[in-house]
Write a protein that binds this ligand. Sequence first.
Ligand code: NAD
Length: 489
Amino acid sequence: MRKEITPRNVANFINGEYVETGDIFETLYPVTGEVTARVHAAGQAEVDAAVAAARAALAGPWGQLKTDERIDMVLAIANGITKRFDDFLELEVLDTGKPYSVASHVDIPRGAANFKAFAHTLKEHATESFRMDTPDGNGAWNFGVRRPRGVIGIISPWNLPLLLMTWKAGPALAMGNTVVVKPSEVTPSTAALLGEVMNEVGVPAGVYNVVHGFGKTGAMITSHPDVDGITFTGETLTGSIILKATADTLKATSMEMGGKNAGIVFEDADLDLAIKELGRSCFLNSGQVCLGTERVYVHESIFDEVRDRLKDYAENELKYGYPDDDSMNFGPVVSDEHRDKVLSYYKIAADEGATVVTGGGAPHFGDERDGGSWVEPTIWTGLAHDSRTATEEVFGPCVALIPFKDEDEVIKLANDTKYGLSATFFTKDASRALRVAPQLEAGIVWVNSWFLRDLRTSFGGMKHSGIGREGGVHGLEFYTEISNVCIKI
Ligand code: NAD
């Protein structure tokens, strides 16, 4: 049902305290377009204060915690999120407009899990050790020692706000770093609320800091001389700007960026399963999942059947409504700006000669939701593999279906993109699964599933989708520095 919204204040969180600046920007409820929050933008003074607090905390009680004590604290943060589950849920829904059913199953539980998953990584991971020969015959021993990298700047996007920010804050803190977070200006609330949890569970002041604002505020972090590393999730173009900005101060970077992920349905696929998983991968979170599928190659022998069944999924399984409506699973996109971008691609697709199987526009409700940022789930056929619609990231609930004839051809088509984040394909042939998967140029490949995530595994993109890997022990490369100690015997 319709929410009564009283706009909240969202402040920066610096050195354990909420800091208002009076430099206000507003965020809107994407369901109706109403103002939900007045956010205090940080300027250079607040960014400097946050970085200084983070630096000081490294040398303070946080830096002196024993590993087991830090593990306990990181686990306490996870529990603290779970205790405040409803508060996080409420704010995530207000910022994004996504259904409670999505945020309560995906965003908030993963926010807590991101701390839990990394709590023990450093402790359980062995470092390398090599004995070497020396001319005097006595030899020497080498061994690696890991230490936290230092002050980590986290720049995060709006599509899964708490999930993607904690995906970085979790391992950063677990490995002993301190952080300065710049959440998306569109969805600042849950990052700010996490500050309360940090204080509630006794995380020392300065370990976790949040500054709000647009790209300009982010740039103050990426160019800051006292920040040691930048971990970024967002658009590829922004990533490229950030890489340039970090060059002068020679920061370590971990980049998770855009995608144009391929799905493949082979002729022997279990179609019940394929439609269910493709339906999720194309439309979950209104298509605003970096791992989502925006082009699906379907074997020509089953093309019409897949098209008709996916149309049926979009028209009958996806339900618009208010976020608290239990039967609702399809929300607005995050903002008017993003709706306009998605709708501009709906027009480009029409101009490129697409046949619209379903959708293609914006829904009309005849109530206050017409002030929100809604688009229809959309399926196209008839688009060329190299059309703009089939090659550029839309980041909306839309998919181009393209027929293929054989395995070699479809591997080439799937790889013929500047991106390389994820791919998902469907087949009952185990040999084919093992043969095709390693040939796909994507950091994450799913067979007969989608978005099935074990947080111990590597996560990241190839080509323009990413530089570096996070997840499990892979995060050690970015969130810690290793020194080799060589002892002559
Ligand atoms: P975006 O690049 O517009 O913004 C991301 C963050 O960068 C925001 O906090 C923004 O304020 C900040 N920013 C913008 N300009 C900056 C600058 N010059 N310096 C420093 N910070 C700056 O991305 P978005 O629109 O928020 O998110 C959607 C994009 O994120 C899509 O391209 C999607 O594919 C990508 N994404 C990738 C992954 C992944 O894991 N690879 C996950 C989720 C989303």
